[in-house]
Design a binder for this molecule. Structure first.
Ligand code: MD6
Ligand code: FE
Length: 213
């Protein structure tokens, strides 16, 4: 018999953590941020291949990637040159509740998945503070999230994430591969189609980047 996948320590799934009105307020914040920090399509290091998601950020630092500079954190939007919009208080509150870390997150990456977008298995490892958890919020259409182990090619398990669910990857789970296999289009009415043509899913991931001095 093959051995089953064992959930890594530090993985938490909080289904329905956010109410509908809390979800709506976060979507409003993403929309309000568009002027300063519009969604853009980042490209992969070296190959310059575009990612299938569009991105923006909140906070003092934002995660970016492009062909020349690779994966990194920057204080300004790559296209507008403006600083990222302030982290919404609701996100800082959630971080303080869930991250169990002595300082606040500086970065919240906003990923917009179109109905056909996905995200390959990866480990978030561009932060100095890899001892801090990553706190992740799902908004809009459902998605199939896949979680593996610390090595590529190991056993994995998948689960469906719905709007308002929160995932925490801390401890050993912080070093585990994870990704999004697929979106389930039309499974949520949260995203207003005038701002999110085609609908889809928004994922917010809060990160502590710098080590505490
Ligand atoms: C997503 N999430 O849910 C992709 N990363 O769209 C992530 O890549 C992720 O959910 C770190 C911690 C939690 C996550
Ligand atoms: Fe990730």
């Amino acid at each position: 018999m093959s051995t089953p996948y064992v959930m890594p320590d530090g993985f938490r799934l909080l289904p329905g953590k956010l109410s509908r009105s809390e979800q709506q307020a976060l979507i409003e914040a993403v929309i309000a941020a568009q002027e300063k920090a519009p969604f853009w399509r980042p490209t992969m290091p070296r190959t310059g291949q575009p990612l299938s998601v569009k991105m923006t950020n909140f906070g003092m630092l934002g995660w970016v990637t492009d062909k020349i500079g690779g994966y990194r954190y920057e204080p300004c939007h790559p296209e507008t040159g403006e600083t990222w919009p302030t982290m919404p208080d609701a996100l800082t509150g959630l971080w303080r509740e869930l991250a169990n870390y002595p300082v606040d997150a500086e970065a919240c990456l906003v990923n917009w998945y179109a109905p056909d977008s996905k995200m390959g298995l990866h480990i978030d490892w561009d932060e100095e503070a890899t001892d801090a958890a990553v706190v992740s919020i799902s908004l809009g259409d459902k998605a199939r999230f896949r979680l593996g182990g610390p090595k590529r090619g190991g056993k994995t398990a998948s689960m469906v994430l719905s709007s308002g669910d929160v995932v925490v990857l801390g401890g050993a789970a912080r070093r585990c591969y994870h990704g999004i296999d697929r979106i389930y289009p039309g499974t949520s009415t949260l995203l207003p189609p005038d701002y999110f043509p085609g609908g889809g899913r928004i994922n917010l991931t809060m990160r502590r980047v710098k080590r505490v001095s």
